[in-house]
Design a protein around this ligand. Structure first.
Ligand code: ADQ
Length: 487
């Protein structure tokens, strides 16, 4: 089966968040299942910058392609490379005007950029993969592709056999813009309708994908249910309920080759469950690197985009109480200024206990996953969450709010049965968060046998992509059947 995965970010070429990890890893595992995946992304500025660091070559394969129906004369080139350590081809859409910002999600006009990219993808597939069967789009930036296929490309013989899958990685980002963009897009005015991409007088790209894709999925079974409720639906719950029978939840995996404490060259000392003492060498080295006093007190790590989604407000409410418990707190993140300043202030106030690293640093991230004892994710909502999965893999115990993918991957430890791999709470409140952390700290300090068992359970949790890639394959079959039935 020939599958094209379309994404705005793909690891290691350009990464802002979890989306890059997913689209960087899934094709690798699809390839092992005897499908022929290919990937298309924009050639952001950082793609050139990362070429040397990750040893990949970029080769220009086509140039000066026009998109006749768009209201622009901009042309694009196509570059080619391979996803490192695989045979999976990746194509880059290059256009100086749209994709040369320093920031992957920056640039002259986000709506035009997403429209341009979506249209360029369809023109590119015609040239490089006319036999494509599944076009798998991700998030709002690529969600207009199914809309184009059902309108402007409806009678195109090359797309007669292709079905579409939309994966929603985060319903909080929908791509809502002024309706005038319809002119730029070349789409028929008829799609600007309540049964199309119209949304409270504006255009909503993600809504278009939800209504026009053959099947839709999100990145965990729990989130797939949650988004159909008013509380989590971000005003699209009604539209999602309309497509309920075509809406699936597939848990992300993590790349076991890339994220393996036994071989990861980014951490201080490699370790496995058999030599778990070496994990504590990582902790000591991390404390040393971050200028924290060394000692056997629990290190609480957090690595995140600093945005409201991640539950930082309830964490802020209780951080001072948490620090009273004789723990250290290590943060890595960038994002909203209010959070950046808050954590920096806390570091100034408690230099012996807090290390606030306001930067994006993939190597330091791995050192924190390996060197911490606990990992915090008190998210307001969490479609899947990768942080808790990486921490489990590195024997670092997650303390989470049981929502979305966090509820699907972290199970409360039960000292009677010795089962469970973490701690958590359900109600979104700082008091419950504090209680969950206190429970984790109590186990760490006073119940060493249980802690050892927790670490073991964490490291043995199955989070592999093999399992998830098989589910995606099934989803692709479902999409093909839907198309045949004439959805
Ligand atoms: N400052 C920093 N330095 C280095 N690395 C950093 C960093 N800040 C974040 N990261 C890394 O970015 C990734 C974050 O991934 P998550 O899945 O946890 O959240 P995100 O909200 O980005 O993803 C969205 O998409 C993914 C993929 O589907 C869903 O899992 C998730 O729930 C959804 O919100 C992790 O690999 C983390 O280590």
């Amino acid at each position: 089966m020939k599958v094209a995965l379309i994404s705005y970010e793909v690891y290691p070429f350009a990464k802002v968040g979890g989306l890059a990890d997913v689209v960087g890893a899934l094709p690798k595992y699809l390839e092992k299942l005897a499908t022929s995946p290919l990937v298309i992304m924009p050639k952001h500025k950082v793609v050139e910058v990362n070429a040397e660091k990750y040893s990949y070559k970029l080769e220009k394969v086509r140039e000066s392609i026009e998109i006749p129906y768009l209201n622009t004369k901009e042309k694009f080139d196509i570059y080619y490379s391979k996803i490192p350590n695989t045979n999976v081809p990746i194509y880059f859409i290059e256009n100086e005007y749209y994709f040369s910002s320093d920031d992957v999600y920056g640039g002259p006009d986000l709506a035009e950029q997403a429209i341009y990219f979506s249209a360029a993808v369809l023109e590119t597939l015609k040239l490089i993969a006319p036999d494509v069967e599944i076009i798998h789009v991700n998030d709002w930036q690529t969600a207009l592709i199914p809309v184009y296929l059902r309108t402007l490309y409806k009678d195109d013989p090359l797309y007669k056999k292709s079905s579409t899958v939309l994966t929603i990685h985060n319903l909080g980002y929908q791509g809502i813009f002024e309706p005038d963009y319809i002119k730029f897009s070349g789409l028929p005015e008829s799609v600007l309708d309540i049964n199309g991409i119209e949304f409270y007088g504006k255009i909503n790209f993600l809504k278009g994908g939800i209504l026009f894709a053959d099947v839709i999925n999100t990145v965990s079974p729990t989130y797939a249910q949650e988004i159909q409720t008013k509380e989590y639906g971000e005003r699209l719950d009604g539209v999602l309920r309309l497509r309920s029978s075509d809406l699936y939840g597939i848990l992300n995996g993590i790349d076991y080759e890339e994220y393996n404490p036994e071989t990861d060259s980014r951490i201080y000392v490699n370790y496995s469950l058999r030599e778990i003492e070496k994990k504590y060498e990582n902790k000591q080295k991390l404390q040393e690197e971050l200028g924290l006093p060394q000692g056997d007190l629990p290190v609480l790590g957090i690595i995140t985009r600093l945005v409201d989604q991640k539950g930082l407000d309830i964490l802020a409410d209780v951080l001072r109480y948490i620090l009273l418990m004789d723990v250290q707190f290590v943060l890595l993140g960038t994002g909203d200024k209010k959070y950046e300043e808050m954590f920096k202030k806390l570091e100034k106030e408690f230099p012996e206990k807090v290390s606030a690293n306001i930067t994006f640093d993939i190597n330091l991230a791995q050192k924190i996953y390996a060197g911490s004892d606990m990992f915090l994710m008190p998210s307001r909502y969490e479609p899947c969450g990768l942080g808790q999965m990486y921490s489990l893999r590195y024997g670092t115990i997650p303390v989470v709010r049981y929502t979305g993918g966090l509820a699907d991957t972290v199970k409360e430890y039960d000292e009677k049965t010795f089962k469970g791999n973490g701690f958590g709470f359900k109600e979104y409140s700082s008091a419950y968060l504090l209680k969950a952390i206190a429970r984790a700290v109590d186990f760490y300090k006073n119940k060493k046998v249980h802690w050892r068992k927790l670490v073991e359970n964490a490291m043995k949790t199955d989070l592999s992509w093999e399992r998830s890639a098989k589910e995606y394959l099934k989803l692709y079959e479902t999409a093909k059947n839907k198309k045949l039935q004439g959805r």
